[in-house]
Write a protein that binds this ligand. Structure first.
Ligand SMILES: Cc1cc2nc3c(=O)[nH]c(=O)nc-3n(C[C@H](O)[C@H](O)[C@H](O)COP(=O)(O)OP(=O)(O)OC[C@H]3O[C@@H](n4cnc5c(N)ncnc54)[C@H](O)[C@@H]3O)c2cc1C
Length: 216
């Protein structure tokens, strides 16, 4: 079934990323899930993870505009009240057997942080650490900045607390100090997810506690 939702706003996050907000209507989802999103009369849809919390009054998606991409460009040009197709929710990248006493490690590249934004907004007392690979400091998610949020910045050097220069995969030694019984969630591009997964297994994290979502 296809649902048409009105656009509420488009807000830029740095130069390449933006947050698309649409009406929620009566849609329900679990933090970590994604929707198939499209524009009426355009025959393609793409998947986008929700970045807003389960209880918020609108649906939000953090999207990277891909230079040669079809839909991510067109969504950015939407105006307030323009219709958007929203199908779903889909996916099982959410926390099952939720346990506030457990440690959660979230590792994301780029907009792969979307499901973690939703998980953290939905469960603010979660005991988590968030590792985020970005290109520029402006790609940071500002309302998540605290000592739990470590940023790995590949294209510029910044002398800022909890920011490290280089790709996230160049800093995987940070995992050596983490609790090996943690639940680990990986989201983003396939090269990052694969490399981090292998490192986690080498470090004796338990494969049954590792969950992955690949965007491209
Ligand atoms: C389960 C799931 C959830 C997703 N959630 C999000 C999300 O929350 N936010 C988001 O921005 N994207 C997300 N994506 C990716 C999204 O579905 C699209 O692939 C992306 O927006 C490109 O669509 P397009 O039509 O603009 O480009 P297309 O015309 O489909 O693709 C152009 C090229 O860009 C590549 N590409 C796709 N994504 C990226 C990227 N991020 N960086 C660099 N190259 C890329 C593709 O592999 C392709 O080669 C998700 C994908 C999946 C499978």
């Amino acid at each position: 079934m296809s649902y048409i939702h009105k656009t509420l706003s488009i807000e830029n996050v740095g130069k390449a990323n933006y947050v698309l907000k649409v009406e929620k209507k009566d849609v329900k989802f679990k933090a970590g899930q994604f929707f198939s999103v499209g524009i009426p009369n355009l025959i393609i849809n793409r998947e986008y993870s929700v970045c807003s919390g389960e209880k918020e009054n609108q649906l939000e998606f953090l999207i990277r505009e891909i230079d040669e991409g079809i839909l991510s460009k067109q969504l950015r040009n939407l105006k307030v009240n323009d219709p958007v197709k929203i199908l779903g929710p889909y996916g099982n990248f959410y926390i099952k057997n939720f346990d506030l006493k457990k440690n959660y490690i979230f590792i994301a590249s780029g907009t792969g942080i979307s499901p973690f934004m939703s998980l953290i907004k939905t469960n603010p007392s979660l005991n988590y650490k968030l590792f985020h690979g970005i290109r520029y400091i402006e790609d940071s998610i500002n309302n998540l900045i605290n000592d739990r949020y470590l940023r790995f910045i590949s294209r510029e050097k910044k002398d800022i607390k909890n920011c490290f220069h280089g790709r996230i995969t160049e800093h995987l030694n940070f995992l050596e100090n983490e609790n090996k019984d943690s639940f680990v969630f990986l989201c983003g591009n396939s090269a990052m997810v694969t490399e981090v997964y292998d490192k986690l297994i080498n470090l004796n994290f338990k494969s049954k506690n590792i969950f992955t979502e690949i965007f491209f």
